[in-house]
Design a protein around this ligand. Structure first.
Ligand code: HPA
Length: 274
């Protein structure tokens, strides 16, 4: 994938004209997980359509603002809402915000997403530290020509989920008394939710949760040399025998309820990041 440096430069120039914050941490918020932006002090929220070259999400509950501010003395940029692969804009557009964050000076990404829980020990509302992923999106965001000055053609992504950040997350959760599960995320392209047969397959493959994002963000972050931490919110449980229907509204409602816990956890993680 090639991203035009000139476009990124234009985006960064605009953002730098709107805020003095020099972000070192970038946060990506999943469906309905907006409470995290309340952590920000002296924040400014810029709607995506105002930002040159920025992709705009068409999905309800995905917000669509880039927020800048500080927390615990650190500069943060928060993506309130993300564009998903299933919106059909192509990898270069979907991954564009990560390039921008890198160009803004971000070193660490904290990614959040909602997912269906398939591990029988999980409950709806749980938070899960992503240890690793299975890419079942039938694509890879790095497909296409490569610019070796940005990253390698064949990046090693075996530690895409930074173990040190994972330890910090576990410690932070323990400190503030929030249960943090951990597991493997399998990602399907969506937008349809999974069939019962697909869920049965995901269980056999060893996954703990199913989602439609985060995997591409992890791959591109690794490629760009960004430290990556992913926390998944288990918005619903799925199983091959589930009979009740699942709607996007169910997912965003559950996320809104869990958003406070997630915000507290992310706040503590940032404090412990030193
Ligand atoms: N499947 C895929 N993505 C999801 C789910 C799910 O059950 N819940 C929230 N995002």
């Amino acid at each position: 994938m090639i991203i035009e440096k000139e476009k990124v430069r234009e985006t960064v120039e605009y953002l730098s004209s709107r805020t003095e914050v020099k972000p070192e941490i970038g946060i990506i918020l999943g469906s309905g997980l907006g409470a995290v932006v309340k952590l920000l002090e002296d924040s400014i929220h810029i709607p995506y359509p105002d930002i040159p070259n920025f992709p705009v999400s068409s999905v309800k509950g995905h917000g669509g603002k880039l927020a800048f501010g500080t927390y615990a003395g650190k500069g943060l940029v928060v993506q309130e809402g993300r564009v998903h692969f299933y919106e059909g804009l192509g990898a270069a557009k979907v991954m564009y915000p990560l390039w921008v964050m890198k160009a803004l000076g971000v070193k660490t990404i904290i990614n959040t997403n909602a997912a269906g829980g398939i591990n029988p020990n999980f409950a709806g509302g749980d938070l899960m530290l992503v240890k690793d992923h299975i890419n079942f999106m039938f694509t890879n965001p790095l497909i296409g020509p490569n610019d070796e000055s940005i990253g390698p053609r064949f990046p090693d992504i075996s530690e895409a989920y930074n173990p040190e950040l994972g330890e910090i997350a576990r410690h932070a959760a323990e400190k503030i008394g929030i249960k943090l599960q951990s597991g493997i995320l399998i990602s399907f392209p969506g937008p349809s939710y999974e069939t019962r047969a697909e869920i049965a397959m995901a269980i056999k493959l060893g996954a703990d949760a199913v989602g439609m994002s985060t995997v591409p963000e992890a791959i591109v972050s690794s490629y760009l040399g960004l430290r990556f931490l992913a926390i998944t919110f288990i918005s619903n449980l799925v199983s091959p025998t589930r009979t009740e229907p699942l709607t996007h509204k169910d997912v965003t409602r559950a996320a809104a309820r869990a958003s406070k816990n997630l915000a507290a956890l992310i706040g503590e993680i940032i404090k412990e990041m030193g």
